[in-house]
Design a protein around this ligand. Structure first.
Ligand code: 5GP
Ligand code: ZN
Length: 125
């Protein structure tokens, strides 16, 4: 490979940012993995966490790709997401639960598509 080609790829790769097409939650929302949605509405989908940290562990995920709470500037969407927590838990008969939003790598965020954890029953940590 010629030197200029290597330099070109190095530059391009350095600037690579996770795009929506690389995002696992966007793929789930898109139906790529046939993930079952236990609840859904216009704004969000709710599905079971693949690696549950509680007896019941659900994720509320906005249909719109937003990396984290730090990038969210839509108050209406934030309200809709919290109402989704309320309506989904009510529909599923979950009366008592914790909610959690990990924001940023150091806080434990692994998937950079905003999501709200719903944890109920015995915690597994
Ligand atoms: P975070 O650490 O970003 O707040 O939470 C990400 C959560 O997504 C983790 O609890 C992890 O188990 C879950 N998760 C990661 N990949 C998948 C997946 O492909 N399917 C499902 N259902 N959950 C996932
Ligand atoms: Zn996404």
């Amino acid at each position: 490979m010629q030197r200029w080609t290597i330099v070109f790829f190095a530059r391009v790769n350095k600037g690579v940012k996770l795009t929506m097409s690389d995002c696992i939650f966007c793929k789930i929302i898109n139906g790529d993995f046939n993930t079952e949605f236990v609840y859904e509405n216009e704004y969000a989908v709710v599905f079971k966490d693949i690696n549950p940290k509680a007896d019941i562990h659900l994720l509320v995920v906005p249909r719109k790709h937003v990396e984290s709470l730090n990038e969210l500037d839509d108050e209406i969407l934030l309200g809709k997401l919290m109402m989704t927590v309320k309506n989904a838990t009510k529909k599923l008969g979950i009366k008592s639960y914790k909610t959690l939003i990990n924001t940023g790598k150091e806080a434990g965020q692994e998937v950079f598509h905003l999501h709200i954890h719903i944890l109920s029953g015995k915690m597994h940590f």
